[in-house]
Unconditional design. Structure first.
Lengths: 837, 172
């Protein structure tokens, strides 16, 4: 692969803390986000949304709205009859609902008017007649209630997807175990909450070319969806992803508002803009799925896992979105941290009448990771093992294949654990003598906080606790969203005779710095300064396809494509320079904007002169590079989710203070180590780690998508004031360690950092809360009232646990059985056996 | 649909300015829509997130909660006026250089809130910075790089050179 280490040549750009190539524009107000675009004669769009969670649309009367002066066009579902959706298997959305609405916020009609106020007034004059339907409000209801169906497709009435996979004989594994634990957890849904509300501007010009500017993470997929829904050739559609004011996965679907402004521009011949309100962003959602989980794990006395059976139940909301992938992700990555020789996964995604869930930072994996890491803590306590050491001893080995056929390359988790154990002074702080806390909790608020007498061997005072958790994440999904044999990422380079270099790539900068990564890598290979480079990205007219900013794929995939393109350009320059200097090709090196003789560095030419030599010899200099991930060894049905060119690893220790009078959890400090492979820019890596810790804290302590407890399923808190997210006052101190264990599949050895470091934070905090006050909160987020309830339960002689106690009864399909690599499997499922003969 | 436009004169980024606009508009809308200064962002338009922070008479205010009409005669500073000509404000330099701006959407609001802070307190402690920034939400950074950028800019404005600790850039 195009993984250049440049034969030990010192790195001049990679590994250095350069500022981002667009950083100053962002600090001067020059960056143009989608809502900053104003075009002449532009119209403004407002979308009427359903206020019913589930209803048939009987009639829509536009008469009054159309009569309002300033209204230019109004469209409804019949104007856009073709369905779409991000996954080929879930084409279940319409830009505007045709015959039925499925959640409060589902779009029904769209107005284009001369200004936003007129559009808003017209929207409120549209009269829609609904016939209400009963709602499906929860996973349990979706499983039990067949009618009414939310969708006419899916595995069962209101069950979108049901999967069952078994790798090896798990029952044999449980039989070998010294201890088998079964625990139930619930992870509440939460949302991305990017600071920028989604916005889009569309314009069909008179030469019949349609341009859409949109705050999307996936311009290529939007391009495809528009082609389908608008029935317009892709060659007539240009999608430009504007800089995203935060994405976190929430701008990864093709959205109804994007389709709607295109259609309105086609009808009016004028540019049309839509900017969602903050409330509408909550309805757009596609955030973290609420997941109910049951984990059964068998271990030997030393904590070695013998088998695991993981069940997950996802509340998908009203549409498919990425949900089928999300479902598989809740079962895919349990095997890549600690050795799990036999593994069974059963997963179910329910349709409910709530805003659709989708991918949020960590896509489908923070929930099972929380369950797994909290359960391991419980196992370590039962076995009286140090939970850090127990994890450390049973790590997956590098360069192996897991029971579910994920190929592990580099694996730096051991080093991560060592760093945080040392840095946090874990051994001086951790003990299993968790507080009993009878005296305090029984007397409730106002009581003086003192631990019980059995705390004599505790290392931390009562109310202070420490916890550990580990995790892993993919560096890019192994497969694209739609089946094809083309590269996942393409880069094009253009070198001009003045020495200018332009790098073009379909990737989308969502704030993580992907534009800069392209510049750093090309600069490194060509020996120039990253700020000499012009970066053009995320424009389907100008840039080769990259699938988008999701699945932590961008650095690895665009990075490898950029290396290939840059090496091809350097080769042309090398040939021309070597000829001019009458030197052998292998003598030519590039650095400090020069091409020179490695043996005699003062002999050389400037970079610009090298381009002139190459252009004189070869003609216009342009090269391309592309990247396709390696094939995965898994060949069974369902093996498409989980494979990745590499896996990043993280470990975190959290130290908390729990106020026993209020139940308020304060996270004081997090030590986190992340196995980055190699930092292309350590400063940006640090920023991703710190931001991930922040987002993980929000998820474990306060963030939740909740709906009113009646059948109306209205979002309780669709505002930034009431949807609590951490401010500076809640953010903890973070001590970050970067582990560099280069991965052969990564560009310069680099792995991902955008998502992985979020994963260990929620379970580390939950484990620390237990260590502090002796209660298990098996439900995310850990709100003060849950802590208090658990403490009171414990004081009354209960278990001191807060969390779900049962899972729905489900007729799971007969599992697809796959022999593990250790059992001599070939990655394919075994022929199904008729068991009910 | 004839609307009676309001008209105000005020000081905008150290220059005198006049603008006509629909009288119900907030100063945020007037700046973005009627004056073309889109550097000031909106995150909620309800005063919850701090993204639209600007300086009015040197004080950080939420422009989504102030009527355009109330800017009459006032001294307004937005992100576009923070640099001195081509010379960036030290805060803009350090925000860019330390990675305090990731997606950059909240950055203008943070920068102006930070400017108010260090205009009043040349050597703010970490705790004072935390408190002063507590009205501004950032979903990308975890705030740490923002603190470091403010500390570094404040030091430079005092004429001191302050390098970021090695661990802030490379980890421990």
């Amino acid at each position: 692969m195009a993984n250049s280490q440049d034969n030990g040549k010192p790195l001049n750009v990679v590994g250095k803390p350069f500022r981002k190539v667009d950083a100053r524009a962002k600090c001067t107000g020059q960056t143009k986000f989608a809502d900053d675009i104003f075009l002449p004669r532009m119209l403004y769009c407002k979308i009427l949304r359903s206020h019913h969670p589930h209803a048939l649309i009987k009639n829509i009367d536009l008469t009054k709205a159309l009569a309002l002066p300033g209204v230019v066009a109004i469209i409804t579902g019949k104007d856009l009859p073709i369905p779409y959706g991000i996954l080929p298997v879930s084409q279940d959305e319409h830009a505007l609902c045709i015959d039925k609405v499925r959640f409060v916020g589902d779009p029904v009609a769209a107005v284009a008017a001369i200004d936003e106020d007129v559009a808003f007034d017209a929207m409120n004059l549209i009269e829609v007649e609904y016939e209400r339907l009963n709602t499906i409000s929860s996973i349990e209801e979706a499983i039990m209630i067949d009618e009414p169906r939310i969708h006419e497709y899916g595995d069962e009435a209101n069950i979108h997807k049901k999967v069952s996979l078994e790798f090896g004989e798990v029952e044999e594994g449980f039989a070998e175990a010294d201890l088998v634990r079964e625990d139930i957890f619930f992870y509440e849904g939460n949302t991305h909450l990017p600071m920028e509300q989604h916005a889009a501007v569309a314009y069909l010009d008179t030469d019949e070319k349609l341009t859409l500017w949109s705050s999307t993470q996936t311009p290529h997929y939007v391009h495809r969806a528009l082609t389908k829904v608008l029935e317009m050739p892709a060659s007539h559609i240009r999608v430009i992803a504007t800089p995203n004011g935060g994405g976190f996965g929430g701008k990864s679907d093709p959205f109804n508002h994007e389709v709607v402004v295109c259609k309105l521009s086609m009808l009016t011949g004028r540019p049309v803009k839509v900017t969602l309100t903050r409330e509408e962003v909550f309805y757009c959602h596609r955030g973290r799925h609420p997941v109910l989980m049951q984990v059964k794990t068998g271990v030997k006395k030393d904590g070695a896992i013998t088998a695991m059976h993981f069940k997950s139940f996802l509340d998908g909301g009203a549409y498919g979105s990425y949900g089928v992938a999300s479902t598989f992700y809740t079962g895919a990555l349990q095997t890549v941290t600690y050795e799990v020789p036999r593994y069974k996964f059963e997963g179910l995604r329910a349709f409910t009448n709530k805003p659709p869930c989708g991918p949020k930072r960590g896509h489908g994996t923070p929930q099972p990771r929380y369950a797994l890491e909290v359960q391991l803590d419980k196992i370590a306590e039962e076995l009286r093992l140090d939970p850090a050491e127990m994890r450390r001893q049973h790590l997956v080995k590098p360069n192996t294949v897991t029971a579910n056929y994920l190929r592990i390359g580099s694996m730096g988790l051991g080093a991560c654990i060592d760093k945080i154990v040392e840095g946090s002074e874990w051994k001086n702080k951790f003990s299993w003598n968790v507080p009993q806390a009878e005296a305090t909790a029984r007397s409730g608020p106002g009581a003086v906080a003192t631990g019980s007498t059995s705390d004599s061997e505790r290392k931390l005072p009562y109310g202070k606790g420490i916890g550990i958790a580990c995790s892993s994440y993919i560096c890019g999904a192994g497969l694209p969203i739609y089946w094809n044999n083309m590269p996942q990422s393409g880069v094009q380079l253009r070198l001009d005779r003045q020495g200018g270099v332009c790098v073009m790539c379909g990737s989308t900068d969502i704030g993580q710095g992907s534009d800069s990564i392209l510049a750093y890598i090309v600069a490194e290979v060509l020996g120039i300064d990253p700020f000499d480079i012009r970066v053009v990205t995320a424009d389907t007219d100008l840039t080769p396809v990259d699938l988008g900013s999701y699945s932590s794929r961008v650095t690895l995939m665009t990075g490898n494509a950029a290396i290939q393109a840059a090496e091809r350009a350097r080769e042309l320059l090398t040939i021309a320079v070597a000829e001019k200097l009458k030197l052998p090709i292998e003598n030519i090196s590039f650095a400090e904007r020069r091409a020179f003789d490695v043996e005699n560095p003062e002999v050389g030419v400037t970079f610009a002169a090298a381009v002139v030599l190459a252009e004189s010899k070869f003609g216009t200099i342009g090269t391309v590079g592309s990247y396709s991930p390696p094939r995965s060894p898994g060949k069974y049905k369902g093996a498409g989710v989980g494979p990745s060119p590499a896996y990043s690893y993280s470990a975190a220790v959290a130290e908390v203070d729990v106020d026993p009078r209020t139940g308020i959890v304060t996270v004081e400090r997090v030590w986190i180590a992340h196995d980055i492979g190699k930092s292309i820019n350590p400063m940006l890596v640090m920023g991703q780690v710190e931001g991930s810790v922040y987002m993980g804290l929000g998820e474990i302590l306060m963030e939740e998508m909740t709906y009113r407890a009646n059948r109306n399923l209205v979002h309780k808190i669709p505002s930034l004031l009431e949807y609590k997210s951490p401010t500076t006052m809640e953010m903890c101190d973070v001590k970050t360690y970067l582990i560099e264990d280069p991965d052969p599949n990564g560009p310069f050895g680099a792995k991902e950092v955008g998502q992985g470091p979020l994963l260990p934070v929620p379970p580390a905090v939950a484990n620390a809360v237990y260590n502090a006050v002796g209660v298990r909160i098996d439900e995310v987020p850990i709100m003060p009232e849950k802590v208090l309830k658990a403490m009171r339960d414990k004081a009354k002689g209960g278990s001191g646990r807060f969390g779900p106690t049962s899972i729905p009864s489900v007729n799971w399909p007969e599992p697809l059985r796959v022999l593990t690599p250790a059992e001599g499997g070939d990655g394919r499922e075994m022929p199904s056996v008729a068991v009910h003969s | 649909m004839a609307k009676q436009k309001a008209h105000i004169s005020f000081t905008l980024n150290r220059e005198s300015a006049e603008v006509a606009f629909a009288p119900h508009k907030t100063l945020l809308e007037v700046l973005r829509e009627d004056l073309g200064l889109t550097g000031t962002k909106h995150g909620c338009e309800l005063g919850e997130c701090g993204t639209c922070t600007i300086l009015v008479d040197g004080r950080a205010i939420l422009s989504c909660l102030m009527l355009g009409l109330d800017a009459e005669g006032r001294d307004v500073e937005t992100i576009e006026g923070m640099a001195d000509g081509a010379q960036l404000h030290p805060l803009q330099v350090t925000f860019a250089d330390t990675g305090a701006a990731q997606c950059g959407y909240c950055s203008p609001g943070f920068l102006l809130a930070a400017k108010e802070l260090i205009d009043k307190n040349a050597k703010p402690s970490r705790e004072e910075i935390r408190e002063a920034m507590s009205g501004n939400l950032c979903r990308c950074t975890g705030y740490i790089k923002i603190y470091e950028a403010i500390e570094q800019a404040a030091a430079r404005m005092r004429g001191e050179e302050m390098e970021l600790p090695h661990e802030s850039v490379y980890g421990l």
